[in-house]
Design a protein around this ligand. Structure first.
Ligand SMILES: CC(C)(COP(=O)(O)OP(=O)(O)OC[C@H]1O[C@@H](n2cnc3c(N)ncnc32)[C@H](O)[C@@H]1OP(=O)(O)O)[C@@H](O)C(=O)NCCC(=O)NCCS
Length: 166
């Protein structure tokens, strides 16, 4: 597997993130909810980053990017809706189509779990996945997430809720 690095999202990532999201827009939209059209501009991505960094400072979001050896962004992985009182958070990740199938999402999710445990002292992680997203289900199950039965999530659109106790 080619080397990669996972690090926190930063203000200087605007152009690289726009390139990553634009190049993979169709790919992502075939698996997960589409972003608003206004996102796909330098201003849109800059605002997106500002929002994520504000949430990071507030301790409700931990946004990470995955870079290849040429400093291109090839993936993203986030702890979302961090709730320190309930000690839980949601996980989310997306990998460039060209970088899929090499174990990147699995490694990224393992790092998220580690961050959740050591940095945020969380005890539970949840993920929402469409039933047809077999690749994502495999990643979650490989990292120990269990499908909640019956699917008792309150999200629309038939997403399934997976839970990991850590
Ligand atoms: C889902 C996603 C994150 C997987 O990323 P990845 O880096 O390819 O994941 P990994 O390589 O760690 O593992 C994927 C596994 O699923 C398998 N897989 C992928 N698509 C599959 C499919 N349609 N059917 C069955 N297995 C599939 C792969 O073969 C791999 O298993 P293996 O390692 O045993 O060969 C990536 O496809 C993606 O970003 N999709 C679009 C956004 C998305 O769906 N995000 C998740 C939202 S919940």
């Amino acid at each position: 597997m080619p080397p990669f690095k996972m690090r926190e999202l930063g203000r200087t990532d605007t152009q690289a993130l726009l390139a990553f999201e634009t190049r993979n827009r169709e790919w992502f939209e075939s698996h997960i909810e589409a972003r608003a059209p206004a996102f796909y501009s330098l201003q849109g991505v800059a605002e997106h980053i500002e929002g994520y960094l504000a949430a990071f400072v507030a301790g409700t979001w931990h946004p990470l990017v995955i870079e290849d050896c040429s400093a291109n962004i090839i993936g993203r992985a986030n702890l979302k809706s961090i709730d320190t009182a309930r000690r839980s958070a949601e996980v989310g990740y997306r990998i460039a189509q060209s970088a899929c199938g090499q174990g990147l999402a699995t490694q990224a999710l393992r790092q998220l779990i580690e961050q959740a445990r050591t940095r945020w002292q969380l005890t539970q992680l949840v993920a929402y996945v469409y039933p047809e997203n077999l690749g994502s289900r495999k990643v979650l199950e490989r990292c120990g997430f269990l499908l909640e039965q019956p699917a008792s999530d309150d999200k629309a659109g038939g997403e399934r809720r997976f839970v990991l106790s850590i």
